[in-house]
Design a protein around this ligand. Structure first.
Ligand code: FNR
Length: 421
């Protein structure tokens, strides 16, 4: 049965009447708080943190707050439709799951729980390049429901090719190339704890499950690696690393040295700061799938994306995790929309916390939004159910906002419904 916003809202009140409050809070502040108390200090820092003084993180929110909705009255909003068509696919609301790495930090089921939630919600799931669960396992539980694959541009073209071929075989419909992470941003919340999950072998499942990557581990490696300081923590970390590595025999894995080699190889090759626009031709020649670029903020880059034959863009600052002091995405959106002139769909992420934010993004020209941290917090609180609840809360608030602003269809939402202060 199709999801009904009104029924969802009613259910929350009726449950409350019967003495049962929602497990997953319905506003972001409470949601984040509820997740925080369940997470380790490291996991919370990794998920919540932004770059530098967290200025981009704050700007993303301020940006949304500075856009005001101006509702119109008496427009018959009794029957509403929030469906959109994205690359020929009908999806029930303009919301997608952003690619999020290392989900095992917040819940043991990680990506698999999100994949199952995505099926129930019919919301497209963008598999992360840094997933904790290999894409094949997620695809297996998703039937024909929509999924995309997000790629980091590796130093190895053979690895890029194999990732793309695996994504095709997994039924991914779109490749999302994330451009803004040619290196990790300066992230004090992680740095102050000296914590990077990849060093524990977390978030590298797409690599360790990859035949090309495995072949790379067989090759002699001339790289001089820094020596790990020996400590109880380091030994514990090395055992954890081996445990996460594919295979059952822990001793054999440790003595083979492969888990450590995998982490080192991953660190060496996961991104390539020398990448330029011309490299995209390689990808274009590799696949017929849609290719969209994530991390666009400048209108000049939006024009380039079209020139280089891309099928869409995501206006994103990586949830404020890369450049401190960067423009808020909702602030960057209008110029990008103007530059694109309707030639390709423009999506937006970073700072989307409520259904009202979704409305604002659409009013300013976005086709859809990707949601990041909110669903990660839902996952932390209640696994698959938590993810579903977060998205249901957001879908409901979006539909109510749309109706209360005077729109019964997505196509009616436009810039006349918002004012920038
Ligand atoms: C991310 N993001 C991200 N992006 C990407 O392309 N590949 C990835 O593996 C990850 N991993 C990741 C981990 C964590 C913990 C976070 C918070 C974010 C960025 C993500 O796709 C998206 O751009 C932001 O999360 C959107 O911002 P909000 O909604 O989290 O504010």
């Amino acid at each position: 049965m199709a999801f009904s916003a009104i029924d969802w809202q009613k259910k929350i009140y009726l449950n409350g009447f019967a003495g049962k409050r929602p497990v997953v809070p319905t506003d972001f502040e409470s949601l984040e708080h509820s997740a925080r108390v369940r997470l380790s200090q490291q996991a919370y820092a990794y998920v919540s943190g932004g770059a530098g003084e967290q200025s981009t993180l704050r700007s993303n929110r301020v940006g949304f707050e500075n856009i005001k909705i101006v509702p119109k009255m008496l427009r018959d909003v009794e029957i509403r439709n929030t469906t959109i068509n994205l690359f020929g696919r009908s999806v029930p609301s303009p919301i997608l799951f952003a690619p999020i790495g290392v989900l095992e930090l917040v819940h043991p089921d990680g990506d698999l729980a999100v994949a199952k939630a995505a099926v129930n919600l019919d919301v497209p799931f963008i598999f992360s390049n840094q997933a904790s669960v290999a894409m094949e396992h997620c695809a297996k539980v998703m039937g024909d429901k929509p999924r995309w694959f997000q790629l980091y541009w590796s130093k190895s073209r053979a690895l890029i090719s194999n990732f793309i071929h695996r994504a095709e075989a997994c039924g991914c419909e779109t490749i999302v190339v994330t451009l803004d992470t040619t290196m990790l941003g300066w992230r004090p919340m992680d740095l102050n704890l000296g914590y990077l999950p990849f060093l524990e072998g977390k978030g590298i499942a797409q690599y360790t499950s990859d035949s090309v990557f495995q072949t790379m581990l067989d090759e002699p490696d001339a790289t001089q690696y820094a020596k790990l300081p020996l400590s109880v923590e380091a030994i514990r970390g090395a055992i954890g690393m081996a445990r996460r590595y594919p295979g059952n025999n822990l001793v054999a894995k440790i003595t083979s040295g492969r888990p450590l080699r995998a982490v080192r190889k991953f660190i060496d090759i996961y991104s390539n700061p020398a990448t330029t626009w011309d490299d995209l031709q390689f990808l274009r020649g590799l696949t017929k799938l849609n290719i969209i670029l994530k991390g666009i903020l400048h209108p000049d880059d939006a024009v380039k994306a079209i020139q280089f034959g891309m099928d869409g863009i995501i206006v994103s600052n990586h949830g404020g995790r890369q450049v401190d002091g960067a423009i808020a995405t909702i602030q960057a959106l209008p110029a990008v929309i103007e530059a694109v002139r309707n030639q390709i769909p423009v999506l937006l992420d970073s700072g989307v916390r409520t259904g009202a934010d979704v409305f604002k993004a659409l009013a300013l020209g976005a086709k859809a939004v990707c949601v990041g941290r909110p669903y990660v917090y839902g996952l932390a609180i209640a696994g698959q159910q938590g993810v579903e609840d977060v998205i249901h809360h957001m879908m409901t608030q979006f539909e109510l906002t749309m109706a209360l602003a005077g729109c019964s269809q997505i196509s009616e939402i436009n810039s006349t419904f918002v004012r920038t202060t």
